[in-house]
Design a protein around this ligand. Structure first.
Ligand SMILES: NC(=O)C1=CN([C@@H]2O[C@H](COP(=O)(O)OP(=O)(O)OC[C@H]3O[C@@H](n4cnc5c(N)ncnc54)[C@H](O)[C@@H]3O)[C@@H](O)[C@H]2O)[C@@H](O)CC1
Ligand SMILES: [K+]
Length: 518
């Protein structure tokens, strides 16, 4: 499903109108979708308290009020801010509403009338601001929002929780903490970025009868994409057929990363995992997992892979289907040489992670020159090094930061975090699996191996990356159903086969499932 900015959705609304789907129809559909949700979720015997602003978000709210009242439901509606400049459709709906049994009040301040209305209601509907929010919310409207948030009542937001930026997820002053958001046309980018993602609650999408060419608009370059699983194992499956990967990772301080890299490749469907690491690390990893084929290498004074191994590694890379470098590696001079040579000379799909990103960030010309499929998997800090943009700036609008990075770096970039973003060829794919369980040491190392196997088994770098990121997050989601704390990268790794089984059974429903949760 495509994910839009406020401007894109306004453009789609206009296009729909130009195709004859008048604004009034769109508004009726928007209101109707919220009404149907309220009816189904809460029933029409409940008390509804609706807040309507002076824009078209308020217009939607008038429709909701009318439809509820037409069933004799108990409805109180507060108009928020001055309605003298209502736009045409909103104005018509406001006038129409006056013929229905709805208590219409003006919001003046957080006074006794308001507090008692909030206390007595069962459900609150937020139609204060939508995509038209263009500045910080202050004064009495800010106070109103705080009061709604403190009420403990379920809040259904129309289109966007008021106060959340549709594009970035920023809170403009203060914002409604919604239990549900019924969003119009398409979901908005801000729902998938922090802190907006904590305000939307469950997302329900209404296409408000857009013609499909708008819903699936090619001009919108951000989307949630659930890809097909890789093909089943062939009957004559043997390890060579299922893909060979070479992991160049680990140093004396990081013995977990190479283990997680190499074993997660096997756990997620890869055939043979080769691990190029120092002799010491190799000994430790082989005791933990004899399934991994070791390529023990000479170690330098810093406990990293010594540079005299470079030729051997490059030579070995010719035998595999994919190479990954960087997890728990090091950033010393030998490692720098190793990373530069691998990025420059390995003619296979390459995943660049961890320290290798830190190194290559200082030598972007090598990265730009690279002609073979490449996936970088930075966390926020590494992404900041890679782009030269501060973490604070990236957090303000991670979508724009990733679009900018893609202009400079012509490869697939996986920006890890809550809702990992996968940028490739000017498009961004939002990964919707995952939860805070995944924020644990070694989790990123498991991601590298999982992406590697999915790339090889799907024979497609971008789709493999999308699939690998989803499976990794799903492993954490399935664990989070049973456990709240205490999960480690080992747990995520061991649960990957379960995540794969789940994905294979349910992937067709997953895009829709996002909107009701797993
Ligand atoms: N345009 C269309 O065709 C459709 C729009 N729809 C609804 O319309 C919404 C967008 O409507 P609008 O563009 O009218 O915008 P909004 O309804 O979001 O509100 C804009 C109004 O709020 C004021 N405002 C903005 N920020 C403020 C702040 N911080 N403090 C106080 N006042 C502030 C603006 O001056 C303007 O009067 C969507 O979110 C959606 O709910 C739907 O009805 C579907 C069709
Ligand atoms: K709203």
């Amino acid at each position: 499903m495509k994910v839009a900015t406020g401007e894109e959705i306004k453009r789609l609304d206009k296009l729909a109108v130009s195709l004859g789907v008048k604004e009034e129809i769109l508004m009726e559909n928007a209101g109707y979708s919220v009404f149907s949700f309220l009816k189904e979720k809460f029933g029409l015997t409940k008390k509804f308290l609706i807040f309507a602003g002076s824009g078209n978000n308020g217009g939607d709210a008038f429709v909701v009020a009318r439809l509820l009242a037409s069933f004799n439901a108990s409805v109180t509606l507060f108009t928020v801010s001055d309605l003298t400049n209502l736009k045409e459709s909103a104005k018509k709906n406001f006038e129409l509403l006056k013929n229905y049994p709805v208590e219409i009040l003006e919001f003046e301040s957080v006074n006794r009338v308001l507090l008692s209305a909030i206390r007595e209601t069962d459900v609150i509907v937020d139609g204060i601001f939508g995509t038209g929010l263009n500045r910080r919310i202050e004064g009495k409207i800010a106070e109103l929002i705080v009061e709604i948030n403190n009420s403990g009542k379920p809040v259904v937001a129309i289109d966007i929780p008021s106060g959340i930026s549709a594009n970035t997820g920023a809170v403009l002053g203060v914002a409604i903490k919604a239990t549900y958001t019924i969003t119009m046309g398409l979901p908005k980018r801000g729902f998938f970025a922090f802190p907006g993602c904590d305000y939307v609650g469950k997302i329900i999408v209404s296409h408000i009868s857009y013609p499909p060419e708008l819903t699936f608009s090619k001009d919108i370059s951000v989307e949630i994409k659930i890809v097909e699983p890789y093909p089943e194992r062939p009957t004559n499956a043997h390890k060579g057929l299922l893909g060979k990967a070479l992991f160049i990772s680990g140093s004396s301080f990081y013995t977990g990363a190479p283990y997680f890299n190499a074993l997660s490749f096997l756990k997620s469907g890869g055939g043979i995992s080769f691990l190029a690491t120092t002799e010491n690390v190799s000994r430790i990893v082989s005791q933990r997992s004899p399934e991994i084929v070791q390529i023990p290498l000479k170690e330098n004074m810093q406990g990293a892979i010594a540079k005299e191994n470079i030729e051997k590694i490059l030579e070995f890379s010719k035998n595999v289907d994919i190479v990954a470098i960087g997890s728990g590696l090091s950033v010393d001079d030998d490692t720098e040489q190793l990373v530069l040579d691998v990025v420059d000379k390995v003619e296979k799909p390459l995943i660049i992670d961890g320290d290798a990103i830190t190194i290559i960030a200082r030598h972007k010309e090598v990265l730009k020159k690279r002609k073979f499929d490449t996936v970088l998997t930075p966390h926020m800090g590494e992404f900041s090094r890679l782009t030269g943009v501060s973490i604070d700036e990236i957090k303000k609008d991670k979508f724009s930061a990733l679009f900018m990075a893609m202009e400079e770096i012509p490869h697939t970039i996986v920006l890890k975090g809550e809702y990992t973003l996968i940028g490739s060829k000017g498009n961004i794919y939002i990964n919707t699996s995952g939860n805070p369980v995944l924020g644990t040491a070694g989790s990123g190392d498991v991601l590298v191996g999982t992406i590697a196997s999915c790339i090889v088994r799907k024979a497609n770098t971008v789709e493999g990356t999308i699939l690998g990121a989803y499976i990794h997050g799903l492993s954490g989601d399935l664990l989070a159903k049973e456990f709240r704390e205490g999960l480690t990268a080992e747990d995520i790794l061991q649960n990957i086969p379960n995540a794969i089984r789940y994905y294979w059974m349910h992937y067709k429903e997953l895009e829709g499932a996002l909107y009701e949760g797993l």
